[in-house]
Design a protein around this ligand. Sequence first.
Ligand code: 3PG
Length: 311
Amino acid sequence: KSPSPAAAEAKSEAAKSVKIGIYFATWWALNVVFNIYNKKVLNAYPYPWLTSTLSLACGSLMMLVSWATKIAEPPKINLEFWKALFPVAVAHTIGHVAATVSMSKVAVSFTHIIKSGEPAFSVIVSRFLLGERFPPAVYLSLVPIIGGCGLAALTELNFNMTGFMGAMISNLAFVFRNIFSKKGMKGKSVSGMNYYACLSMLSLLILTPFAIAVEGAHMWAAGWKEAVSEIGPQFIWWVAAQSIFYHLYNQVSYMSLDEISPLTFSVGNTMKRISVIVSSIIIFRTPVQLINALGAAIAILGTFLYSQAKA
Ligand code: 3PG
């Protein structure tokens, strides 16, 4: 006997939830590994412009190989696609390099606490630049977000202005990236995985000349020698791991965007930050004061209230 339509629908809903749950768990796990290796590399080799470039280069290479070997179907795209992708790639590049510069200066947990304030940037940009209006509850939810981030920043033991500003710039850039990519992905038949692959490639082209101008081969070579002599040959594996995991977590996050609403995505992103903050504090033995942790908790609670208010 075939199941009733209601039972079949419930089954497909359950299958969808399981699928999204797997995406989320994979995304968070990959992100935690990326953040740990990224910080290990930056501690020994403080060249965030190069490490950001290597992450994009590694992802681009992985995808080119996947397309060439037909592991993944190459996308059918035209010049229009690349033109629409350009502003997204500029914002992605700025957000990525700014977050990496931030993490080279402060604890991973601090960068992510400030990055949990991203919804506040989203509301401010949407309100003042796009003229969008929100219900009062959305504005109210910004109070704990901004207040919590502010409290965490003021009580951070190893506060550093470049680290703080890097995370703030990253927030602003990623808000623009999300606004532009929503426009760019609309009506396109490119999958989330291939969309992110093209984004990596274009961002790599944009970032490379700037990375050379800001840091340069001379510094990279001298620093590399020092890092290898201090850490040993496994340093190369740390660099490889941070680059591979950077691509993988972003790829999975874009793949999950195919399945869920931007709102669910932003809740998932906040939960991802909790796992990164907690695991990095444990692994790097980051000193935290109670008041500092309270600020982080208030900010994160605020992002949940924000998502409820928006829903
Ligand atoms: C980066 O290097 O791009 C940042 O770590 C990105 O942070 P997010 O993907 O967690 O916003």
